[in-house]
Design a binder for this molecule. Structure first.
Ligand code: MN
Ligand code: MN
Length: 462
């Protein structure tokens, strides 16, 4: 046996270091500068529809043009497929044969929020409200007594559509969900946290001024304002998608400005670096694909979610353009499921197992598995694929860490990973650690998002 000193033996241990320990001050400045572009992306992309538009505008600057099925695809092409305005596939065709596989980065652009119901408007005791049906996993008590904006699209019966945003301009009115005053909240305070505010209490306060003296005069006033400003009637809500989201722009957080506080980091904080890494890697010999998915927060169902066969159809089209089988392409493809991870929070230490949790500012997080209980409903990436990724990230000196959502048996969650890996594509979750995930305003570290950009870039290039 070799005689090692304790110091030498220590070299054999896995140690987690922060980006600040690993990088120069200049490199940290670079990361902070990068995060400004992210904050702009976040502000312009509060819904999946807005994120698709923002991403197309960015991609167009890099020469991406719209693809339709049947169009020719050849090496060097930079294309995007806009799926119903809510889900976007961007791909660049490399110089090497596509039979070597596609490098796929798949993030989602939907976030938890309050969607309007189909027949939302009602009046009661001097106030008018819009009824909501929450979207995704929310802690309902977080959505009361805070200003909200309405973002939506109306599809009129004549085939035209209209985008509507109310509450973002400082001169706009805001919407609000009422909460009970503490003076009368003593009984509610004894309820479990998840029961004090129930879904049917999440009604948006939208008016208190009557139009005339008839019944439902406040409701009449609200609908006439909506009609005057946006040309909509109550019927138009039937074919509309409206979401109430927290108002305002992403802001620097912390006295040291090291973090960003904003709505919808999950998962635009991974969508943005996946996009910028694609743009930066356009000279890669590999065929690259960046997916911005919808419906992840509700299980990836539907025509715009990752369970749709659209990804297969696009891979089919790319494979056919080089006269190879899609099966061969998929067998050699690799995917980073670009999604956020829970950052260890010392304020809620009881929910985390520290050794296997992601820490804020320790870089991008690789989650071998997600799911719940005994690893149910998870991709659980093959060790060999993770080994390959370790090598790639080491080449570019990416600061990365492992993560697991929380303590075993405390809960769990899922990502799109299992919906990609089922197509015979090696897939693993890689993303940015988030504090207060799914809260109206979440927190991320500026240095972590930049390491995500570096990780996706390395994945695209090597
Ligand atoms: Mn997510
Ligand atoms: Mn989520």
């Amino acid at each position: 046996m070799e005689n090692r000193t304790p110091e030498q033996a220590r070299e054999l241990l896995y140690t987690k270091k922060t980006v600040y320990e690993r990088r120069s001050a200049e490199a940290v400045d670079e990361a902070y500068a990068y995060s400004r572009g992210y904050a702009e992306f976040l502000d312009a992309s509060k819904t999946e529809r807005e994120a698709v538009k923002t991403a197309i505008a960015l991609a167009s600057k890099y020469g991406f043009r719209e693809y339709s099925f049947g169009d020719e695809i050849k090496a060097g092409d930079r294309l995007y497929y806009n799926n119903r305005g809510k889900n976007l596939f961007l791909f660049s065709v490399g110089t090497e044969p596509v039979s070597k596989g596609i490098r796929i980065s798949a993030a989602h652009i939907d976030s938890p929020r309050l969607d309007l119901k189909q027949v939302p408007l009602f009046e009661s005791e001097g106030m008018a409200f819009l009824k909501t049906h929450y979207y995704g996993g929310i802690r309902k008590y977080q959505w009361v007594a805070t200003p909200l904006a309405l973002h939506g699209t109306v599809a009129f019966a004549d085939g035209t559509t209209r985008d509507i945003v109310i509450g973002e301009d400082p001169s706009d009115p805001v919407l609000y969900v009422n909460d009970l005053l503490p003076h009368l909240g003593h009984k509610d305070d004894l309820k479990p946290l998840g029961e004090a505010i129930v879904g049917e209490k999440l009604n948006l306060l939208v008016g208190s001024r009557p139009l005339g003296e008839e019944a439902e005069a406040i409701k009449l006033n609200v609908i006439s304002i909506l009609n005057e400003k946006f040309g909509i009637t109550e019927d138009d809500f039937l074919s509309a998608e409206f979401s109430a989201v927290p108002i305002g722009c992403a802001r620097d957080a912390g006295l040291d400005r090291s973090m960003i506080c904003g709505y919808g980091h999950d998962d635009r904080v991974c969508a943005y670096p996946a996009l910028t890494a694609l743009f930066e890697s356009l000279d890669s010999p590999h065929t690259l694909m960046c997916v911005l998915a919808d419906k992840e927060e509700t299980g990836s169902d539907g025509s715009t979610g990752m369970q749709s066969d659209l990804i297969l159809d696009l891979i089919d089209a790319i494979a056919a353009s080089q006269k190879v089988t899609a099966a061969a392409v998929r067998a050699n493809s690799k995917c980073l499921s670009a999604d956020v991870s829970a950052a260890y929070d010392p304020n809620f230490a009881e929910a985390f197992e520290k050794r296997n949790s992601a820490l804020l500012s320790c870089g991008v997080v690789l989650n071998k598995y997600t799911g719940s209980r005994g690893k149910y409903s998870t991709n659980d990436a093959p060790a060999e694929f993770i080994g390959w990724l370790r090598g790639i990230m080491a080449k570019d000196d990416v600061v990365w860490q492992t993560g697991e959502l929380g303590k075993v048996d405390y809960g769990g969650g899922g990502t799109v990973a299992k919906f990609v890996s089922k197509h015979n594509i090696d897939t693993v979750d890689l993303g940015v650690p988030v504090i207060s995930m799914h809260a109206p305003y979440e927190i991320i570290s500026k240095v972590d998002i930049y390491e995500a950009h570096r990780a996706f870039s390395a994945f695209n290039r090597y």
